[in-house]
Design a protein around this ligand. Structure first.
Ligand SMILES: [Zn+2]
Length: 61
């Protein structure tokens, strides 16, 4: 699974999600964008919209 840290996710999607909007991993993992070991987004707390958006991003890769 492709994983991104919150910062990169916001950069890629021009969004401004916060840690309140997403579930962040407890353990460090590799962010596919910046290549750092960091806490990555595991999933979104809310919504279908984000899920769709995320899938679209993955499929485009
Ligand atoms: Zn990153």
């Amino acid at each position: 699974m492709v994983e991104f840290c919150l910062k990169c996710w916001n950069k890629i999607n021009h969004s401004s999600l916060t840690e309140n909007d997403v579930i962040i991993s407890k353990d460090l993992d590799l962010c596919e964008e910046c290549g750092r070991k960091t806490q990555v987004i595991v999933r979104y707390k809310c919504s279908y919209y984000f899920k769709e958006h995320f899938h679209k991003l993955l499929n485009d890769k």
